[in-house]
Design a protein around this ligand. Structure first.
Ligand SMILES: NC(=O)C1=CN([C@@H]2O[C@H](COP(=O)(O)OP(=O)(O)OC[C@H]3O[C@@H](n4cnc5c(N)ncnc54)[C@H](O)[C@@H]3O)[C@@H](O)[C@H]2O)C=CC1
Ligand SMILES: O=C(O)[C@H]1O[C@H](OP(=O)(O)OP(=O)(O)OC[C@H]2O[C@@H](n3ccc(=O)[nH]c3=O)[C@H](O)[C@@H]2O)[C@H](O)[C@@H](O)[C@@H]1O
Length: 437
């Protein structure tokens, strides 16, 4: 089938590449010329395991094309998938301006009947507005343009795997024809398809993300209590994980959830509920716990130190999770901003996200402190007065407790991801603090 994907971020590009891998003819549209040039040369603009390999294979097979020329691309495909961003606005609501732009571009250029599929995460009811909006701007009024919801559930770092082996495909449609077409598009994936109406599909996406965010905030809340009460959150989580009703995933306490979705999707659902006069108290609690959790480690360290001024601070891990170079809502940002404000001299390490971080915090003096970067964990630790761990990269997990003791001026470590064994750290002579134990 002839498909177009609008937006080549984590969702759009991965969807486009996987549709091509399954035999569809796919054109990926983006407004960013640099991205399009990179992709044409077989280079992925985002860091995702296995993505470049699939891009190269499908580029070569002639099934995958990239363009900024949306006018030609939107003329005659069977379906157009929208995967542009829906970022958070200051009041917590979702910014739908990118979606609106694409809808208008489709309406003004489409020349044959077509299914428009919204893959981006959008407030419940948005698909109705999208359909009306396209109708309003449609140049060729005789065309039948239908809109369907097909939310995405991939996680960054495992995006290709999550797409090819998705637990389920959710399709939200208002007609049998739309459902039939989407089923045909997904047929080669051989995955379970759950069909429902558009509003339920839109809500399923928020309900999933917010439930997972809630699970994390719950564990962080319990972790904070564990610390005060002499229990160990890692043991508690292990004990909980054997109960199949609870499950073993998303029980990891730490410095809170980050990334491009949980923070914005919790606030967006809270906003939607508020708009219809309902208080979503569970989600509100998840948001509140997370806001405090993000900087809990900094304040824990502040209580131990008189001042951070002119202290060498080793920061291990910048990305919001391992396997990605994405820094959106990464807890490292809040903590590093606080450290710099308090006069720390930071040396930061991350195996893939350092260049992106440099764009936010260029090397040199920032506020009362300084920041520099290194590709070597040992260099970050050398003569450091204190170390913070913000991401559980395997490279960081591998550091031996003795290395902290040998290299640091003061072997003092604050681990936001509970990756080290407190007993082993103590035995090596490291003063070690983590979350909930
Ligand atoms: N990042 C993730 O892991 C997941 C994201 N989502 C949702 O998917 C949506 C997209 O998220 P990401 O892929 O992270 O976004 P992103 O910010 O990485 O990518 C969006 C892309 O759209 C492009 N764009 C903007 N306006 C355009 C236009 N008029 N025409 C064509 N391209 C245009 C941008 O240049 C950019 O490349 C959001 O609603 C997000 O909530 C859903 C599941 C997972
Ligand atoms: O809508 C989205 O964008 C996506 O959001 C998340 O994916 P992602 O943000 O890429 O990453 P996760 O692995 O879910 O981690 C999110 C955050 O939660 C934190 N986390 C995760 C799990 C856990 O047990 N504890 C915990 O603190 C991670 O460190 C990270 O900061 C969901 O897992 C995806 O299903 C969803 O499609």
């Amino acid at each position: 089938m002839k498909l177009v994907v609008a937006g080549t971020g984590y969702v759009g590009l991965v969807a486009g590449v996987c549709f091509a891998e399954k035999g569809h003819d796919v054109t990926c549209v983006d407004v960013d010329e640099n991205k399009v040039k990179l992709m044409e040369s077989g280079v992925s603009p985002i860091y995702e395991d296995g993505l470049e390999e699939l891009m190269k294979r499908n580029n070569a097979a002639g099934r995958l094309h990239y363009t900024t020329d949306y006018k030609s691309a939107y003329k005659d495909p069977d379906a157009i998938f929208i995967g542009v961003g829906t970022p958070e606005q200051p009041d917590g609501s979702a910014n739908l301006s990118y979606i609106a732009t694409v809808c208008r571009q489709i309406a003004e250029n489409v020349e044959k009947d077509c299914l428009v599929v919204v893959k981006s995460t959008v407030p419940v009811g948005t698909n109705d507005h999208v359909e009306q909006f396209i109708k309003d701007f449609l140049v060729r009024k005789e065309l039948h343009i239908e809109v369907a919801s097909n939310p995405e559930f991939l996680a960054q770092g495992s995006a290709v795997h999550d797409t090819l082996h998705a637990a389920r495909i959710i399709i939200g449609t208002e007609s049998e024809e739309a459902e039939k077409l989407l089923r045909e598009i997904y047929e080669p994936f051989q995955l379970p398809i759950v069909a429902m109406n558009r509003r339920s599909a839109e809500m399923t996406k928020y309900a999933c993300n917010d439930f997972l965010a809630l699970k994390i905030s719950y564990m962080n809340d319990i972790a904070n209590l564990c610390e005060k009460i002499g229990a160990n959150i890692e043991d508690v989580a292990k004990g909980m994980s054997y109960d199949a009703r609870i499950g073993a995933n998303f029980l990891k306490a730490g410095i809170g959830y980050g990334g491009s979705c949980f923070p914005k999707d919790t606030k967006a659902l809270k906003f939607q509920a508020h708009k219809v006069g309902y208080r979503l108290r569970t989600v509100e609690a998840a948001v509140d716990v997370n806001a405090d959790q993000k900087t809990a480690l900094f304040y824990k360290a502040s209580n131990r130190m008189i001042s951070f001024e002119h202290l060498k601070v080793a920061v291990l891990g910048l990305a919001f999770k391992p396997g990605t170079d994405d820094l959106r809502e990464a807890p490292s940002i809040d903590n590093i901003a606080l450290l710099l404000k308090n006069g720390a001299d930071i040396v930061a390490y991350d195996p893939v996200a350092m260049n992106n971080f440099k764009k936010k915090f260029p090397e040199g003096v920032v506020e009362k402190g300084t920041i520099s970067y290194t590709n070597q964990i040992e260099e970050a630790l050398k003569d450091a007065n204190i170390c913070f761990i913000f991401t559980e990269w395997k490279e960081i997990r591998k550091v031996k407790p003795e290395t902290f003791k040998q290299l640091m001026r003061t072997p003092l470590a604050y681990d936001g991801r509970n990756i080290f064994d407190p007993e082993k750290m103590k035995a090596a002579g490291v003063e070690y603090y983590s979350i909930g134990r």
